[in-house]
Design a protein around this ligand. Structure first.
Ligand SMILES: NC(=O)c1ccc[n+]([C@@H]2O[C@H](COP(=O)([O-])OP(=O)(O)OC[C@H]3O[C@@H](n4cnc5c(N)ncnc54)[C@H](O)[C@@H]3O)[C@@H](O)[C@H]2O)c1
Length: 256
């Protein structure tokens, strides 16, 4: 599938990796609907991207909001061809802290609720919409790109909930690709390393440098543009399906 003339939905689309994907999609001739809880950034993002973009406020962990947002995206541009699932939260806590405090179970459920259940809910709603698309020459109707993390494989201290949620994203990639194959929809997951997004923007240079050194080559932080480039490659290359791709310059995270 080509980006030109396609319609994309990007969750977490107003910031960081999601916004990078939305920018690249619009630059290459797609229309984009950004779903996010950050309404203030949502306005700025649509001002940046122009008339081929829309913002719909949506908490991916709220099923009514997800269903309404997917309907809203269809109303705006008529179909959905590409879905990028980038919305995510990354709280950190030890299972038992040094002073004996237990990991907050509500925080664990919240993390799974947004990163895994919320993502799955968006996938099922968007897949139903994609299944109604006219197939391309090869039978393709849509492409879904999920964002996991290398924390799915090498979670660090404090990342039990985050790693569990991202491990779930990795594990569901193949069965969802198999489920949706008959509709001509591909499903691929990107597992980024350490990316220079608003999360890290305010960090001291020393910390940014030490994080960059965890990348083996090139020894720099990843960028939203690196991510968006891979999203485009996945959309365009029909043989990539049911796979998890690390975008981490050969990093393997240490315990802390
Ligand atoms: N930055 C990194 O180093 C890194 C590494 C690996 C994986 N990731 C993953 O990449 C994705 C994007 O992260 P980012 O670094 O661009 O962070 P970011 O904070 O810049 O973007 C995340 C976006 O998700 C939105 N969001 C949060 N909860 C939401 C919800 N319930 N419903 C809808 N939107 C919600 C936020 O408002 C924000 O705009 C996340 O899934 C994150 O786990 C990031």
């Amino acid at each position: 599938m080509q980006l030109e003339g396609s319609v994309g939905v990007v969750t977490g689309g107003v910031s960081g990796l999601g916004f990078g994907a939305a920018q690249r999609m619009v630059r290459h001739g797609a229309s984009v609907v950004m779903l996010d809880i950050n309404e203030e950034r949502g306005k700025e993002a649509t001002e940046d991207l122009g008339e081929k973009s829309r913002f719909i406020p949506c908490d991916v962990s709220n099923p009514e909001e997800v269903s309404a947002a997917v309907s809203g995206a269809l109303e705006a541009f008529g179909s959905i061809d590409v879905l990028v699932n980038a919305a995510g939260v990354a709280p950190a806590q030890r299972v038992v802290s040094r002073d004996g405090v237990l990991f907050d179970l509500d925080l664990f459920k919240f993390t799974i609720g947004v990163n895994l259940v919320g993502m799955f809910d968006v996938i099922r709603n968007v897949a139903a919409a994609m299944a109604a698309n006219d197939p391309g020459e090869t039978g393709e109707r849509g492409v879904i790109v999920n964002v996991a993390s290398i924390a799915a494989f090498e979670g660090q201290v404090g990342q039990a909930a985050y790693s569990a949620s991202k491990g779930g994203v990795v594990a569901m990639t193949l069965p969802i690709a198999r489920d949706l194959a008959s509709a001509g929809i591909r499903v691929v997951t990107i597992a980024p390393g350490i990316m220079d997004t608003p999360l890290l923007a305010g960090a001291p240079q020393e910390l940014r440098d030490s994080l960059a050194r965890l990348h083996v080559f090139p020894q720099r932080l990843g960028t939203a543009e690196d991510f968006a480039h891979l999203v485009q490659a996945i959309v365009e290359n029909q043989m990539i399906n049911g796979e998890v791709i690390r975008l981490d310059a050969a990093a393997r995270m240490p315990p802390k």
